[in-house]
Design a binder for this molecule. Structure first.
Ligand code: HEM
Length: 193
């Protein structure tokens, strides 16, 4: 009788152990399944065209990342909108005087720096920004090309011009919304009065 009881106990504990192993195996399989699925997070840069190489209309015969080309189009388009916007174009007197006089060196430098900046800010991996940080770039004491300190309403006008510039080159409202969100995170560095 005792022998039978012992055998039953042994059998039961074997079943319990087997069940425990099965449960832990199944749950580890489940965990593995949920983590082994590659998670592909598209950056804003990817949504703008990403690293796909396309012909560069600005440099005939060369290729450029589609994301960078998209950003450069928005940047140049926005600079033109700002140039005509009396709400804030007074901050850009140095640039505008140069361009009016036929000197586009400053424009090219600004276009490149803004393009690099937005490439990096939207998630590009193959570019770096080499300009001033956002506080220094918008402090007239540190950037003689910035004609005065901007306030919140200047910043709002800048965003309005950016949206207009982006619309002009055909960006969707969804993408523009995401660009505006990135820009919004920089308000406290740009607004200095
Ligand atoms: C988040 C919004 C903004 C971003 C990301 C931004 C970005 C930049 C960058 C990257 C530069 C170039 C810095 C360098 O070359 O070292 C720059 C220059 C400048 N920014 Fe902004 N900016 C913003 C808002 C504004 C606003 C609101 C104003 C004025 C209303 C403004 C006026 C200027 C001026 C005047 C320059 C110098 C342009 C030149 O080189 O002639 N920016 N900005």
């Amino acid at each position: 009788m005792t022998k039978t009881n012992n055998m039953t106990k042994a059998l039961l504990s074997t079943v319990v152990v087997a069940l425990a192993i099965a449960v832990s195996f199944l749950s580890s399989c489940k965990k593995k399944d949920s983590t082994s699925t590659p998670v592909t997070t598209m950056t804003l840069y990817d949504s703008l065209g990403g690293t796909t190489m396309v012909a560069d209309p600005y440099n005939p015969g060369q290729m450029v990342e589609a994301g960078r080309l998209g950003i450069r189009k928005v940047v140049d388009s926005t600079i033109f909108v700002i140039a005509g916007d009396t709400a804030i174009n007074n901050y850009f007197t140095v640039l505008l005087a140069e361009v009016t006089g036929g000197n586009t060196t400053g424009f090219s430098a600004l276009s490149k720096n803004l393009t690099d900046f937005f490439c990096v800010a939207t998630g590009a991996k193959n570019f770096t920004y080499g300009g001033k940080n956002m506080t220094a770039a918008h402090d007239p004491a540190q950037n003689s090309r910035m004609n005065g300190k901007a306030d919140n309403s200047d910043f709002d006008a800048f965003v309005t011009d950016l949206v207009a510039g982006a619309h002009k080159v055909g960006l969707s409202d969804v993408i523009i919304g995401r660009v505006v969100a990135v820009v919004g995170t920089l308000r406290s560095q740009v607004v200095q009065r």
